[in-house]
Design a protein around this ligand. Structure first.
Ligand SMILES: Cc1cc2nc3c(=O)[nH]c(=O)nc-3n(C[C@H](O)[C@H](O)[C@H](O)COP(=O)(O)OP(=O)(O)OC[C@H]3O[C@@H](n4cnc5c(N)ncnc54)[C@H](O)[C@@H]3O)c2cc1C
Ligand SMILES: *[C@@H]1O[C@H](CO)[C@@H](O)[C@H](O)[C@H]1NC(C)=O
Ligand SMILES: *[C@@H]1O[C@H](CO)[C@@H](O)[C@H](O)[C@H]1NC(C)=O
Ligand SMILES: *[C@@H]1O[C@H](CO)[C@@H](O)[C@H](O)[C@H]1NC(C)=O
Ligand SMILES: *[C@@H]1O[C@H](CO)[C@@H](O)[C@H](O)[C@H]1NC(C)=O
Ligand SMILES: *[C@@H]1O[C@H](CO)[C@@H](O)[C@H](O)[C@H]1NC(C)=O
Ligand SMILES: *[C@@H]1O[C@H](CO)[C@@H](O)[C@H](O)[C@H]1NC(C)=O
Ligand SMILES: *[C@@H]1O[C@H](CO)[C@@H](O)[C@H](O)[C@H]1NC(C)=O
Ligand SMILES: *[C@@H]1O[C@H](CO)[C@@H](O)[C@H](O)[C@H]1NC(C)=O
Ligand SMILES: *[C@@H]1O[C@H](CO)[C@@H](O)[C@H](O)[C@H]1NC(C)=O
Length: 613
């Protein structure tokens, strides 16, 4: 969300991966299908190495009887400095070698603008390029998953142990006392993904904290937002440890790459899944093969799994692959000459995403603006980079915001009907606030002079849903991505409240003399006018990169869903989806933790051979 501002000349070589560490030996990493061991049979083929696919491939290969092949379209992530150094993440997108470089369709809710739509394309998937915020979501979100699927195994109480299995809480690199920042007793201490609170303070931290004391009725302090009750403002927990990003690759794949039964194929695009037969008992089509290619013009090659294909290509590419394989609604497939094999109208539908608005304020003291220091002063940046390289310490070990707030619109300000409220329940927030020490925007370059801080307002309980549909019959072309931002009056009202709440936060006396005004076109917005705030939201709104729901899970009998509670694709044999696509509602949280948790449970279900329906 900080780019393009951090993509200044000094950082570009780093961001593009030109600065790398020496590569460790990668026994079972292959760059082409032609290099795969001849004659080897794979029990499971997993497509996509984000949190969904990496967890499943890693857990299934714990059993040495399972031969697992993990296929990833993008390159290896090993030794890429910009992936490892947390704050350099902002230079990893958009439009880099680690990005699919997507753009949405023009959005009627955003004055007809289209929105740049980054997705990770590298080992680790989007967890290798994301901003690392680690939030478990609310208990109501999970309990809604249990209700809609009819499977209590997706409830908060049932999922909590999986979170503990994923995590290892480590100390921040400055070793400050975190006892008031995180409640260790609810976290995991032995899992593969390292998490911690910020490694170094930001200049605005103490004022954010003081505001929580001063305006505690509106912004209560939450000591640990991952307890199932996220409401309030607290310290950010992030997927880094010892100053280094923990991605799905560095936590679940790289440590296990030498397993003889785990092969990882990078730089290889799966172009569709293949029907390999029909089940004799049920007559259902079996989809246990994949077709792969290195480029749009290269020849395709088929690989079969003896047991299952697991699609984990993420919320944009998984529905694309299902549609390319003839799993979807008939007429759009027919229009592209794809023959329908399974009628599944919900494929690609129900796309939900979070929309953010960056609100920039001017501040009095240049010393408090870390991000402008980084982008304007190469000497300063190099000092911080040297500190990171030599000791893994300092502010480059942080994410973009040291505090996160999760809030509900107060009941007396709710102008919608109860039926319109899209949040999962009283423990689920309507909106989020993030606080960054500098000028943050994905739409505008930072001004050349002046000092800033930014409050980011995010709509996390949207009722608008859009779609992913095919633009062509090639996996190498972008699908049509339509998040349908701000399509409902509920969404517009919540985002309006979120923008006002962010500005209100800065009226606490803790900010007196610190904040001097607002920046750019935000100066002219009359925050008391609904029309002006809504116009500001339409002009600034953009993605916070959280697409979900395009192959949603539903109960055994639900016809509006794509996968069943085991995450098997309905109407097929041998095919599952394990990634952000299956979430039936978007969590009111940064979703990577939810995807890791779904993938951990999915791996357990696959290993146990469970059949719920
Ligand atoms: C810039 C950015 C910032 C974010 N910040 C945060 C954050 O701070 N906190 C948070 O919780 N979430 C964040 N997210 C979201 C989070 O990273 C995703 O929700 C999560 O990674 C989804 O996991 P996934 O396994 O569903 O898909 P992904 O992580 O997207 O992985 C899908 C993988 O499949 C591969 N793939 C796709 N198609 C094919 C194909 N045809 N053949 C082979 N491979 C294929 C892709 O290259 C990719 O590696 C962010 C995302 C982005 C893009
Ligand atoms: C490992 O997998 C094999 C083959 O699926 C199965 O028979 C065996 O029970 C599994 N082992 C364990 C320890 O789960
Ligand atoms: C995305 O854009 C970058 C920069 O132009 C390019 O190097 C990369 O190959 C593109 N990614 C894809 C998937 O086309
Ligand atoms: C920490 O979590 C435990 C377990 O839920 C809880 O009992 C305890 O009250 C929490 N401590 C604080 C200070 O919130
Ligand atoms: C945060 O504020 C509380 C009082 O509200 C105070 O006790 C605590 O020391 C502050 N922490 C930091 C890091 O400033
Ligand atoms: C997590 O931290 C531990 C030690 O604190 C380290 O050994 C391990 O490599 C780290 N894992 C990742 C994925 O960075
Ligand atoms: C995959 O399975 C199908 C159906 O059994 C078969 O026709 C095809 O030859 C197999 N492909 C490979 C590469 O084994
Ligand atoms: C910004 O740079 C100045 C001068 O180098 C330094 O004194 C100040 O502490 C820096 N500010 C931050 C927030 O790092
Ligand atoms: C740039 O950073 C260096 C190192 O921190 C500092 O000495 C110098 O004063 C800074 N320059 C400006 C113009 O702030
Ligand atoms: C909502 O979406 C529908 C269907 O795409 C579209 O016709 C309508 O214009 C949208 N409304 C708003 C306010 O975006």
């Amino acid at each position: 969300m900080l780019s393009p501002k951090l993509r200044v000349a000094a950082l570009v070589p780093i961001a593009l991966g030109l600065v790398t560490y020496p590569e460790s030996s990668r026994a079972a990493l292959f760059a082409s299908h032609a290099d795969l061991p001849r004659g080897k049979k794979y029990d499971y083929i997993v497509v996509g190495a984000g949190p969904g696919g990496s967890v499943v491939a890693s857990r299934l290969s714990e059993n040495s009887s399972n031969n697992v092949l993990l296929i990833e379209a993008g390159p290896d992530d090993d030794g890429v400095l910009a992936i490892e150094v947390p704050l350099l993440a902002t230079g990893l997108q958009p439009n880099t070698v680690y990005d699919w470089n997507y753009t949405t369709t023009p959005q009627p809710g955003l004055d007809g603008r289209d929105v740049v739509y980054p997705r990770g394309r590298v080992l680790g998937g989007s967890s290798s390029i994301n901003l690392m915020i680690w939030t478990w979501s609310s208990q109501d979100d999970f309990n809604r998953y249990a209700t809609v699927s009819g499977d209590n195994g997706w409830s908060w109480n049932a999922i909590e142990p999986y979170y503990k299995k994923i995590e290892q809480v480590v100390a921040p690199t400055d070793h400050h006392d975190t006892s008031n920042e995180i409640n260790i007793s609810i976290h995991g201490t032995n899992g593969p993904v390292n998490i911690t609170t910020p490694n170094a303070p930001y200049p605005i931290d103490s004022r954010v904290n003081a505001t929580l004391g001063e305006l505690s009725d509106q912004y209560p302090y939450n000591r640990d937002m991952n307890s199932g009750n996220p409401l309030g403002v607290g310290w950010t927990q992030s997927t880094y440890g010892n100053g280094i990003r923990s991605s799905a690759s560095s936590s679940y794949i790289r440590p296990f790459i030498s397993r003889p039964n785990l092969d990882v194929l990078v730089n290889t695009v799966v172009t569709r899944v293949i029907k390999t037969g029909r089940d004799v008992l049920t007559g259902l089509p079996i989809f246990s093969g994949v077709e792969v290619a290195q480029s749009k013009t290269s020849s395709v090659f088929a690989i079969n799994a003896t047991k299952e294909v697991i699609l984990s290509a993420g919320a944009i590419n998984t529905p694309q692959l299902l549609l390319l394989s003839g799993i979807g609604s008939s007429s759009p497939l027919a229009a592209l000459g794809i023959s329908k094999v399974v009628d599944s109208p919900a494929v690609g539908q129900h796309l939900a995403d979070h929309i953010l608005v960056t609100n920039q304020f001017t501040i009095a003291d240049p010393e408090d603006d870390l991000l402008e220091n980084l982008t304007r002063n190469a000497t300063f940046t190099n000092e911080l980079l040297t500190e990171w390289v030599t000791s893994k310490q300092g502010q480059l070990g942080n994410g973009p915001s040291n505090h996160v707030g999760w809030l509900r619109v107060p009941e007396d300000e709710q102008t919608w009907t109860a039926a319109e409220d899209a949040s999962a329940g009283p423990t689920s927030p309507h909106f989020e606030l993030l606080f960054s020490p500098g000028f943050v925007s994905t739409l505008e370059a930072a001004p050349a002079t002046g000092s800033f801080m930014t409050v980011i307002s995010v709509l996390v309980s949207p009722s608008s849903t859009g779609s992913v549909t095919l633009a062509s019959s090639s996996a190498f072309d972008s699908p049509l991505i339509d998040p349908a931002y701000l399509n409902t009056s509920f969404d517009t009202q919540v985002l309006r409240a979120a923008i006002r709440s962010g500005a209100n936060f800065l009226t606490a006396s803790a900010w007196d003399g610190f904040i001097t005004g607002r920046s750019g076109s935000f100066v002219d917005v009359d925050l008391t006018s609904d029309e002006e705030v809504d116009a500001w939201a339409r002009s600034q709104g953009t993605t916070i990169w959280h697409p979900t729901g395009t192959a949603r899970m539903g109960s055994c009998t639900d016809k509006t869903s794509v996968v069943d509670p085991d995450l098997r694709v309905k109407g097929t044999k041998g095919l599952r989806v394990v990634d952000a696509s299956v979430l039936p509602y978007i969590p009111a949280a940064h979703p990577q933790a939810v995807v890791y948790a779904f993938a951990e449970r999915a791996a357990s279900l696959i290993k146990a051979g469970r059949r719920y329906c």
